[in-house]
Design a protein around this ligand. Structure first.
Ligand code: ZN
Length: 369
């Protein structure tokens, strides 16, 4: 399972938290069903927005990045998100990325434009499978870090593989020129460097927020087809966006809510986790004080039930939770089942210790009481 990670300059707002929480549920479900999961995640610690933020704030980009990675990891720990097998920083994988670009060059899959190296996409696709019409896709590509209008490109959607070194930007030496990697190629190289270690022959799942579906995951899949016949990933999973005060939570709108700030304000991280699980991961959904309150109430009811010596039998409830999770992580169904069990608790015979239910909530949902 390969999850596309953060660019470390604005970690960790609730949109990030919701995304990594979705994949944590998949991770937990797979492990609970007895599978061995190799979960990889990258950190895009070379990227224009990171350099822009460092320049704006007059700080060194590497220091900013390391501070934000530390904060991200602390937030993930507080939210009880199981850590990846490896959290790979792009700056630690430059050699793997350069090796992959070199292999692309060797098979004639690239072209150079003033020293910048692009994939010659038309050799591998006719772009008939774009998620949107060509013009719209080009627009989205431009919005999300692409450079479709650059003169001399063979196709507007050709992704940049290697950017020639520029004044004020970090740069690494390779046999095809000094510079730094493009965005999408990092995930191809990082995943294949780990596949090379014999962990697996391919990726079962590539995931991220739904804004990564295009161009990022589209381009990693396209680049994955350059040297291999097989699909880059067998499944692509995308989580919905988090809205706040009626708008998508985003840095440009300035309406970010940070996990670390909520925790500083005294919100229990478990309540944040529970609040984000109440709605379905694939839906765009809103964060609000009402949602937080709803989570707090449910948390209090669960805590109170689980602190009893004996509770009504919950074996069917656990089966229903597993069944709902198996249906594309249907967490609204999970909590509706839990609520019905809680509602009936006074009217049923209390016959079993609640410990097994507590452990199931922890194993499957990462909730501890
Ligand atoms: Zn990625």
């Amino acid at each position: 399972m390969y999850i596309c990670g953060i660019t470390p300059y604005d970690a960790t707002h609730l949109g990030h938290a919701a995304t990594y929480l979705s994949f944590d549920l998949i991770h937990r479900y797979q492990r609970a069903s007895g599978k061995k999961v190799v979960f990889l995640e990258n950190v895009t610690d070379i990227d224009d927005p990171l350099f822009e933020r460092a320049n704006r704030d007059g700080v060194e980009w590497r220091g900013l990045s390391l501070d934000q990675i530390e904060l991200f990891q602390s937030d993930m720990t507080q939210l009880r998100i199981l850590p990846p097998y490896e959290l790979s920083l792009v700056t630690e994988k430059i050699q793997d990325i350069a090796d992959l670009v070199e292999r692309f060059i060797a098979v004639g899959a690239t072209y150079s434009l003033d020293g910048d190296r692009y994939l010659d996409s038309s050799q591998f696709t006719d772009f008939s499978e774009l998620p949107l019409a060509l013009e719209q896709s080009i627009g989205l590509f431009a919005e999300r870090g692409g450079d479709p209008t650059r003169l001399g490109k063979r196709h507007p959607l050709d992704p940049l593989l290697w950017r020639k070194s520029r004044q004020g930007e970090p740069s690494w030496t390779t046999i095809f020129g000094d510079g730094r990697p493009g965005w999408h190629i990092e995930c191809n190289a990082i995943s294949s460097s780990l596949v090379k270690e014999g962990l697996n022959s391919s990726i079962s799942l590539q995931g991220g927020g739904k804004d990564l579906a295009f161009p990022h995951h589209y381009m990693t899949a396209l680049q994955g087809s350059v040297l291999s016949e097989g699909a880059f990933a067998n499944h692509y999973v995308h989580s919905g966006m988090i809205h706040y005060q009626g708008e998508k939570m985003s840095k440009s709108l300035g309406n970010l809510v940070f996990v670390s700030q909520l925790i500083k304000d005294g919100v229990n991280p478990l309540t944040i986790r529970l609040a984000l699980l109440l709605n379905h991961y694939r839906q765009d959904r809103s964060w609000s004080l009402d949602l937080l309150k709803e989570a707090e109430e449910l948390e209090a009811d669960l805590s109170s039930a689980l602190s009893r010596e004996l509770v009504p039998d919950y074996s069917h409830l656990i089966e229903k939770i597993i069944s709902a999770l198996s249906q594309d992580l249907d967490t609204p169904k999970v909590f509706s089942e839990i609520r019905s069990w809680l509602k009936d608790i006074e009217n049923k015979v209390a016959s079993v210790s609640p410990g097994g239910f507590s452990r199931s909530l922890d194993t499957l949902l990462g909730l501890t009481f």
